[in-house]
Design a protein around this ligand. Structure first.
Ligand code: 5AD
Ligand code: SF4
Length: 442
């Protein structure tokens, strides 16, 4: 390519949805004649795909913009994409005048036109959508970064409006892709050598096939039956529409992984009510009972918990701790409550001091760590299949992931070394709270 080729740098903050959106944005930019570079200094266009789920995440992008604003003098263009873009909109131009594009995820379909405008010198291009958009961002150009394991978006947006959450405002209303188009993408990926697919959505369990052909559980099973696909995962589900047929599908189709991520947020039915989660602790536990009752496999269960939601009493916090004991999670993502713009929870008095929120978070994390220390030990002596995901030469180990989504590092003990993307069996010899260690089985 000539030295005049347009270049871009992109950095992604936040969740898997953002990560995958960036893969699509990268593909789109490349198809528009741009080349990706690894340093901001070398790029004509610098993009930040941002997250606003919690205040800390949002601050990161403004700090980042502040760090690099000196580069603006060199004639570079800056773009803010993602949830902060959608949330703050044109205010970003006031706060960071050197930014020339602000676009939320529901407008990426129009990225090529927006690029033309920036290239023509426009200084304030916006792609901001209200909640009414029906568009999903589909592109044949997705530049997947991992050649073995890839994401497929099946539903965008969220209609749940949990009291604390900004997502329904930043990612628009729920809109599902047809099962045909999802399956076509899965088959294309299998043809390209992918063996693991992760179905993505803010809330995959409320998937509704616009063509009316398949329920979420049926789509899951159908993706699992695509020849060449060995593992299928999905994230994330809302307990409210997590139905038993999803567990039945996992039980019946061997390629569906032994793992369910089912965010609970709190163990207290009163707090769940004030979060607008629309289920009680008991109803949540009913779903856990289905997951534990599979006949053919043992599923790992992970969750998200918020500590210090407005009005959460010490006793109600204790109910979150006892829920961890009762379910026996294999992983918990826990967060301090963070007030977010536009959300109904802003109306509640955020009466718990930050220091107390931090204390609860720490107590929760230590409690879970102890539970995991014990639960990970249950794998000692088992031989598990892993997909090889990487190498750690400093330790002479390979990095594998089990069907239950646990990291299992292993040594090969003089046997031929498997390649990245291979599936091998590993004997578990040591257990830690967040990972396992083993040796390649003979
Ligand atoms: N404060 C703290 N945690 C939050 N989450 C979403 N919004 C907030 C907030 N305002 C957490 C939830 C969700 C996860 C992705 O982030 O636990 O499941
Ligand atoms: Fe946010 Fe609730 Fe939607 Fe999840 S289900 S994205 S927590 S509003």
């Amino acid at each position: 390519m000539s030295s005049q080729q347009k270049t871009f740098y992109i950095e992604t903050f936040g969740c898997q949805m953002n990560f995958h959106d960036s893969e699509k944005v990268v593909g789109t930019l490349i198809s528009e004649g741009y080349a990706q570079v690894q340093r901001e200094e070398e790029a004509d266009l610098i993009l930040y795909n941002t997250c606003s789920i919690r205040d800390k995440a949002e601050q990161k992008v403004f700090n980042r913009l502040n760090d690099v604003k000196k580069l603006h003098k060199a004639g570079k263009r800056f773009a803010v994409l993602g949830c902060v873009a959608q949330q703050e909109g044109e205010k970003i131009f006031e706060r960071a005048p050197y930014v020339s594009l602000v676009a939320g995820s529901a407008s990426y379909q129009n990225l090529p036109e927006m690029l033309v405008q920036i290239e023509a010198g426009a200084s304030r291009v916006t792609g901001l959508d209200d909640r009414e958009t029906d568009q999903t961002f589909e592109t044949e150009f997705t530049a997947r970064t991992n050649p073995h394991r890839g994401y497929i978006t099946i539903i965008e947006g969220c209609d749940k409006f949990c009291a604390y959450c900004v997502v329904p405002y930043t990612r628009g209303k729920e809109r599902s892709r047809t099962s045909n188009s999802v399956l076509q993408e899965a088959r294309r990926m299998a043809d390209c050598g992918f063996t693991e697919i992760q179905l993505l959505g803010q809330n995959v369990s409320s998937y509704r096939d616009p063509a009316g052909k398949k329920s979420f559980a049926e789509l899951l099973a159908a993706v699992g039956e695509v020849p060449g696909i060995r593992r299928v995962r999905f994230t994330t589900s809302h307990p409210c529409d997590f139905t038993k047929d999803i567990v039945d599908a996992i039980d019946a189709v061997p390629t569906l992984c032994d793992h369910v991520h089912l965010p609970v947020q709190s163990g207290s039915s009163r707090v769940l009510g004030s979060m607008f989660r629309e289920y009680t602790r008991e109803q949540y536990l009913e779903r856990i009972a289905w997951i534990k009752a599979t006949r053919n496999r043992e599923l790992s269960i992970t969750t998200d918990v918020i500590a210090g939601f407005p009005g959460e009493t010490e006793e109600e916090f204790g109910e979150s701790l006892s829920l961890l004991d009762e379910v026996g999670y294999d992983g918990v993502f826990s967060f301090k409550y963070s007030p977010r713009p536009n959300t109904p929870a802003l109306q509640y008095a955020d009466s718990i001091p930050d220091i107390e929120k931090s204390r609860r978070l720490l107590v929760l994390q230590e409690h879970q760590r102890e539970l995991q220390r014990l639960s990970y030990r249950s794998h000692l002596g088992q031989t598990l299949e892993v997909m090889v995901e990487g190498k750690n030469p400093a330790r002479g180990q390979l990095v594998g992931r089990t069907s239950q989504n646990k990291t299992l590092n292993f040594v090969v003990n003089g046997q031929p070394e498997p390649g990245i993307g291979d599936y091998v069996r590993v004997l578990v010899t040591q257990a830690f709270p967040n990972s396992l260690l083993g040796e390649l089985a003979v």
